[in-house]
Design a protein around this ligand. Structure first.
Ligand code: PLP
Ligand code: COI
Length: 357
């Protein structure tokens, strides 16, 4: 892919950038540039470019604004001690975006083009990659939107893929502490044949009212059950889940309707290396409640790119509550093993890291 670059004539000053990078928060500040490439059936992917970051001009009839034909990815670039910059398994994000595009009837962006686009933006905005203190990173948000001006309901004949970037600190205010969960029993995030396995904006829109409930109940995050039986644990609004049992076995839900995370897949391998048996299977909400109460479940954690690995605390529902599991030892061990690879402090035995610059 040929990428043309127009540099911003209004770069963020060194002083302002230092201020932002000292305390970036999550998703608040954006780098000086963005990547774009456009697709039509006639041209395929064309006009790949890096431009100054700025608002898009969209016709009010643009398809994505009406029918939510949209997909996105979330990944990070990390600075290592020698000043080099790396991403984590970017081809997995690219492959998931291909799967999402198949579900949303969007054109497929080749894996190599996806990785090249992300790399090119990070290189141009290299000075926005925070140093590794406090596990800061540059959060990358590739996304694809239906940009045809047309109100008929059919796959858009003009599509735009973009990448934007945002320096990130901890996803949760207050750093690593157990997240409390609210079990929603009246909302689900996915159904059979639905979009649960795709990373598409609509899934997040549908999670918001449940998240609102969680917040009003004093909980940090919401946990969803399967849509068919309302019995099996799926995931949180933006994270996958793991359960550690007292015999050392680790279980992560497998239902066919969850967003299968790249962190989730990596934990399977890392925990295996740490000597644990990881099982992907269905796990019911009663097994969770009973397991914590009896002590059979010793730890629960959630994982995702933005949140990394976070211990799960208490679970509350309409009419009851179970406390946090007893331990967070393995959770913190797996977390450390993961971030050590990401920040280049441990040998990358799986070949997960991709050097950008
Ligand atoms: N599940 C949902 C709904 C998510 O939004 C995310 C975040 O990306 C994940 C799981 C975790 O996926 P990953 O580890 O690839 O970030
Ligand atoms: C991520 O972890 O990258 C996510 O997409 C979760 C959330 C910020 C949407």
């Amino acid at each position: 892919m040929q990428i043309s670059t127009t540099l911003s004539s209004d770069l963020t000053s060194d002083e302002r950038l230092a201020e932002i990078l000292a305390n970036p928060g999550f998703g608040l500040h954006f780098t000086d540039h963005m990547f774009l490439v456009e697709w039509t059936p006639e041209t395929g992917w064309a006009n790949a470019r890096i431009e100054p970051y700025g608002p898009l001009s969209l016709d009010p009839a643009t398809a994505v604004l009406h029918y939510a034909q949209e997909i996105f990815e979330g990944m990070k670039a990390y600075e290592h001690a020698d000043g080099s910059v790396w991403s984590f398994r970017p081809e997995e994000n690219a492959a998931r975006m291909v799967r999402s595009s198949q579900r949303l009837a969007l054109p497929e962006l080749p894996v190599d083009d996806f990785v090249q686009a992300v790399d090119a933006l990070v290189e141009v905005d290299r000075r926005w990659v925070p140093d590794a203190t406090g596990e800061k990173s540059l959060y990358l948000r590739p996304f694809m939107i239906a940009t045809e001006k047309f109100l008929g309901v059919r796959p858009s004949q003009h599509v735009t893929f973009l990448v934007i970037a945002s320096p990130a600190g901890s996803y949760f205010k207050g750093g690593i502490k157990p997240v409390s969960l609210w079990l929603t029993e009246n909302y689900t995030r996915a159904g059979r044949g639905g979009m649960g396995a795709a990373k598409t904006g609509g899934n997040y829109a549908s999670s918001l009212v449940a998240q609102q409930q969680a917040t009003s109940q004093g909980c940090d995050q919401v946990v969803f059950l399967d849509g068919q039986e309302g019995t099996y644990v799926e995931e949180l609004g933006g994270m996958n889940m793991y359960f550690v049992f007292d015999d050392g076995t680790i279980v992560t839900p497998q239902t066919g309707t969850i967003l299968e995370g790249i962190t989730r897949a990596s934990v399977i391998e890392l925990a295996g290396k740490l000597g644990h048996h990881v099982v992907e299977r269905r796990i019911s909400i009663d097994e969770w409640r009973d397991g914590v109460t009896s002590g059979r479940i010793t730890e629960i954690f959630a994982c995702g790119t933005a949140a990394v690995i976070t211990p799960v605390g208490s679970l509350k529902w309409d009419g009851g509550e179970v406390p946090a599991p007893a331990s967070t030892v393995l959770t913190m061990q797996v977390r450390q093993a993961l971030v050590d690879v990401q920040f280049g402090r441990a040998e990358d035995t799986f070949g997960w890291m991709h050097r950008i610059c």
